[in-house]
Design a protein around this ligand. Sequence first.
Ligand SMILES: C[S@@+](CC[C@H](N)C(=O)[O-])C[C@H]1O[C@@H](n2cnc3c(N)ncnc32)[C@H](O)[C@@H]1O
Length: 241
Amino acid sequence: MGNHFDQIANVYDRIWHFSNNYKKWMLTHILEFLKFDVYDNFVDIGGGTGAYTKSICDKAHLVNFPYCVEPSLEMSNVAKINKDIKIFNEDANCFSKRALRYDKVLLKEVVHHIKNRDDLWFDLYDRLNEGGKILIITRPRKIKMPLFDAAKKVFFQNQPPYELFIDELEAVGFKVDVKFDSYFFDLSLETWSSMIRKRFMSNLGKFSCEEIEEGIEEIKSNIKSNVINIEDDIIFITASK
Ligand SMILES: C[S@@+](CC[C@H](N)C(=O)[O-])C[C@H]1O[C@@H](n2cnc3c(N)ncnc32)[C@H](O)[C@@H]1O
């Protein structure tokens, strides 16, 4: 199987959107933690289709074009449609070697994909201007989203404990702050099943179509109506230089 994100790029914004209120809630937190100045140089690492990159730039009234760092060619091709974003079609470690300066860096739902984090934190500390910040948005290993058991196990295995990121960031000199918040919402069983079939999470990528259908049956057997209650527990880690 090729790059998971190449395969879902054309439907990514639709299947990961959840709701307008979810996006608003998330953006409010990002703005609160990254404390933007309009002249900040902003980098969105693992920025995907650039949907959040663009919304953040608009909400914070950023004067400079934001950078979106995205190794999947298909995802970055979607992001490229927006001419106000500068795309780097490469991974985080490659980007951090570039002799660029910036003020604010976002890593939203990507930190578990990065192979060489120690190098990345070291480089980012060096490249950030004084007072610069990194915001990591991630989830706990024990995910409460209503996935089937085998998918929850794979998620647990692929998700490093968040305490590890704190230790690594402090080791290179960052001052680190952690906040937890949860967003509760409902989706119809039909929408949730279709998101799972499209393998909206990369952890679902390894399951065959048969296993996915069995997983959906397992989820159905655990609910009483056609509505799925979702609790999305999010961890916000802010590292300041
Ligand atoms: C779950 S998506 C999140 C996209 C975006 N941050 C958002 O919240 O909409 C994870 C993204 O990280 C990218 N990614 C995976 N490995 C990466 C790496 N080593 N460096 C940078 N980005 C990476 C993927 O291609 C994918 O687009």
